[in-house]
Design a protein around this ligand. Sequence first.
Ligand SMILES: [Zn+2]
Length: 187
Amino acid sequence: MICVITGACGFGKVCAMSGGTVRPIRYLGDPVLRTSCDPVRAFDDRLAKLVDDMFASMYNAEGVGLAANQIGVSQQVFVYDCEDDEGVRHVGHLVNPVLVTEDGGIVAGEEGCLSVPGLHFTTPRHAHAVVTGVDRHGEPVTVEGTGHFARCLQHECHHLRGGVYLDVLTGDSRRAALRAVRSASWS
Ligand SMILES: [Zn+2]
């Protein structure tokens, strides 16, 4: 999603859509992306600011989802602004998420990641996912997704366990992906 309000996005700038501050995205190779994130225990202003900054950083980078470790914070939080296959837009955040259901069969679809910029690979994911967790106030939340949004939920939960979507690939597509990462300008 491109910011149409100010057009003034960039690192350190305040995002008019979220009120947060844009932080730099960490790229594959940064150890924070390979570290399992810690559960959030304090539901305070700092957490609220983190969520706002994550939205700002996601919008600035034109992503549909972002995990906290992608901006260098090793805490179990992700945000999303993602359409499902029916064109329904889902916007929200989850703290201490648990992927409780992955089912509905495996679907191969194109996937990308802000931490693996410029690359996209066909990735198998379950067609349906349910994630439970809490919001920034500590109130229970359940989020259910299908299609592209289910893919997003699985992708973000995987980040918080220290994974990236390339881990899901196998065989030739995995080899092609690793080759592309090696020759990418940011790696
Ligand atoms: Zn990602």
